[in-house]
Design a protein around this ligand. Structure first.
Ligand code: HEM
Length: 668
């Protein structure tokens, strides 16, 4: 809290010029032009005095960056003292006796100054107000392009180290993970997650991770895949109503509800059914989520000031909402405890109850001796971690597809061929490879969360720069994912960038810590598989049935941020049912998998199979043919061998079977 106060105090005293006051969210959100290309012409008068002190105010940094970067201004920090004394030294060196000796002394000093300057981390100074109120990762990206892979961002006495380098990220997340805690994040999330897995550190984190991770075992995830299909199917009722009315629907809101319904069932077997109704518990969950986001971007931790919490209406509402959610969770814990007492099932590694396959049930049945408060913290953590993230991934994937209809067509071709009108089972993931790549690439462009937060518990060193204990660090995943040094045309949507479709699914290991959609190292997301499957099920089922186009009468889609990247005013889309009359049946059949009558309009009334039945179906599904899903398709089968090597045209996308996929006009 002191840090927040200090920041705010400084913000009031200093009248610094602001950093790029035009809406940067929109500029990067539209992805038409790099922030550098938008920079304004230089204002020499502002730059010169600041340069004397080796620091340049943020606004000056933002101006005409292209020219200044080209001049090498930022690549060689150098020493100001050395630069100032250089002409004198050069003049003295011409003087044979005394002058030359002074020049030699100055040269020695100059070397020393240069060595000291090289150890000083580049620093951007600014006013906290320049960052607040816009997605924080946007100015950080711009500064990264100027200052490079590590720099200090300072607001008065407070500073943050911004990391945008894969080797440094690996050091923090993996090799030196012991030297870091969650720092600010734990402080912000304490009110809602307590000592849940995300904010927890030290021994508590170790114990909770050891207890919770086994709950997401193979059989559990398989059973959840069936439930993802049920929930997606359930949601089509809402979509069909919008199809019929012709009105556009805010798909960000829709995905948020879908993800809430799914995570409620998965974590504590609670059916929010937020896709079809609102109730006080749903409202309370959203109030708490919004508060967590508000706290993560507010400049002052005013809620910690004694008495203020009860005076500020927003904080009172948050306290009431928390009480509602906690009551609900306590009720679910009690109910599940009774179930565990009643049932006579032996606990095993892959424990999965038919009546309640939730993580809560696993934790209670495992005999894990923990307090109700800790259990509640864990459940709340998973509810929040698994909800907004997946919803945001689906939102930005659909947004990206709206701009790349050729990729949407390629997904539909894949889904038509692999699934037809049935929901995916676990085995289908090996076949839905292009759809997976689209999600991977959307997660590169829009990482959730865009920044990982850490605090150094001990000194650490990044090349020549020492980061002292107590420093707050932001690993900018956004910067890593869009670094021009790491990615070819980083701003472009290119699912083929990850290599052949039958290659491994990209992750932090395959991409050497340049790609961190689920973090990395020991604090890596525990729900990565779960979440990828969830996104894949929802996307493939919806793309099979509908066509989505942006509602251009609404404001353009911009970005804003809390824990994840939200749109500024929704992702409003017109929805149309696909005409499937001429689409051939799928090449791959799974007799056991649940079939939904997508094409005939009886979708909403289709019986929902139980999660466990779906898991069984998944495990007995036809074995995957392996390799590229397009190999198995009718088009690939029909093509002569020579043509297969040259690429197969499907749905307007050219698929190079030998060397990955390139999306483009037919015949590319
Ligand atoms: C697409 C969806 C998801 C994304 C993008 C995502 C992303 C992440 C990231 C980047 C981290 C690392 C945070 C850090 O290092 O500071 C993380 C951690 C975590 N995630 Fe996820 N996540 C997703 C879904 C889920 C789901 C569905 C669950 C639960 C079922 C979950 C539970 C967790 C937990 C408990 C942690 C903390 C792990 C630890 O610190 O030991 N996440 N997630």
């Amino acid at each position: 809290m002191q840090q927040h106060r200090a920041l705010a105090g400084h913000a009031q005293q200093q009248q610094r010029p602001t950093l790029q006051p035009r809406c940067p969210a929109r500029s990067i959100g539209t992805q038409r032009m790099s922030p550098i290309a938008r920079a304004e012409p230089p204002k020499q008068a502002q730059q010169e005095p600041a340069k004397l002190f080796g620091m340049i105010p943020l606004q000056a940094k933002g101006q005409n960056l292209d020219a200044r970067i080209e001049s090498g201004e930022f690549t060689d920090a150098g020493s100001t003292k050395e630069k100032i004394t250089r002409p004198l030294r050069q003049a003295l060196a011409k003087e044979p006796i005394v002058g030359r000796s002074i020049a030699r002394t100055l040269a020695d000093l100059g070397r020393q100054w240069r060595a000291e300057a090289a150890k000083r981390m580049p620093e951007a100074r600014g006013d906290i107000r320049e960052i607040v109120g816009q997605p924080v990762f946007v100015p950080l990206y711009k500064l990264f392009l100027v200052y490079g892979k590590i720099f200090r961002l300072s607001f008065g006495p407070k500073s943050f180290v911004i990391i945008s380098d894969p080797a440094y990220a690996r050091q923090i997340l993996l090799t030196n993970a012991d030297k870091y805690s969650k720092g600010l994040l734990s402080e912000i999330l304490d009110f809602v997650m307590g000592t849940g897995l995300i904010p927890a550190d030290g021994e508590v984190w170790k114990a909770r991770r050891r207890a919770v991770v086994p709950a997401l075992h193979r059989k559990y995830v398989a059973s959840m895949v069936g439930m993802f299909g049920d929930c997606t199917q359930h949601g089509t009722g809402t979509l069909d109503r919008y199809v019929a009315s012709g009105a556009s629907l805010d798909m960000e809101n829709y995905f948020s509800r879908l993800a809430l319904d799914i995570i409620g069932k998965a974590v504590f077997n609670y059916d929010f059914d937020s896709l079809t109704h609102d109730d006080p518990v749903i409202q309370a969950v959203y109030t708490v989520l919004r508060e967590a986001e508000h706290r993560s971007t507010a400049p002052i931790a005013y809620w910690n000031i004694p008495g203020v919490a009860m005076l500020v209406p927003r904080q009172r509402r948050c306290a009431e909402a928390l009480a509602i959610v906690n009551d609900c969770l306590d009720g679910l814990i009690d109910k599940c405890k009774k179930l565990v007492e009643e049932e006579d099932v032996e606990f095993s590694e892959e424990f999965l109850s038919d009546r309640d396959p939730s993580i809560l049930h696993f934790l209670l049945a495992s005999g894990d001796e923990i307090s109700s408060k800790q259990l509640r913290d864990d459940l709340m953590t998973m509810l929040i971690a698994g909800h907004e993230t997946t919803a945001a991934v689906l939102t930005w994937t659909l947004y990206t597809l709206a701009q790349h209809p050729e990729a949407a067509d390629a997904i539909r071709a894949e889904v038509d061929e692999v699934l037809g009108d049935r929901a995916p089972g676990v085995e289908d993931f090996k076949r839905l490879r292009f759809t997976t790549r689209v999600i991977n690439e959307a997660m590169r462009l829009y990482p959730q969360p865009p920044v990982l937060i850490r605090r150094a518990l001990q000194d650490d060193k990044f090349d020549q720069y020492v980061v002292p204990a107590g420093s707050d660090l932001f690993i900018s995943v956004w910067n890593l994912h869009r670094s021009p040094a790491l990615w070819d045309e980083p701003e472009k949507f290119k699912p083929e960038r990850f290599g052949p479709l039958d290659g491994p699914i990209p992750n932090e290991v395959t991409e050497n810590f340049s790609y961190l959609p689920f973090g990395g190292g020991r604090r890596k997301c525990i729900g990565d598989q779960f979440a990828l499957f969830e996104a894949l099920v929802a996307l493939s089922m919806l793309m099979r049935r509908y066509e989505f186009t942006l509602d251009t009468s609404k404001p353009p889609v911009g970005m804003t941020t809390g824990a994840t990247i939200h749109t500024t005013s929704g992702l409003h889309m017109h929805i149309k049912r696909r005409d499937l009359s001429s689409v051939p049946p799928p090449a791959v059949r799974s007799a056991e998998a649940p079939a939904y009558a997508f094409a005939c309009g009886a979708a909403s009334s289709a019986p929902a199979p139980s999660p466990v039945a779906a898991a069984a179906a998944a495990s007995t599904a036809a074995p995957a043919a392996g390799g590229c899903p397009f190999h198995m398709g009718a088009a690939a089968a029909a093509a002569p061998p020579a043509a297969a090597g040259a690429g197969v045209v499907m749905g307007g996308a050219a698929v190079g079977l030998g060397g990955g996929v390139s999306i483009g006009p037919s015949g590319l």
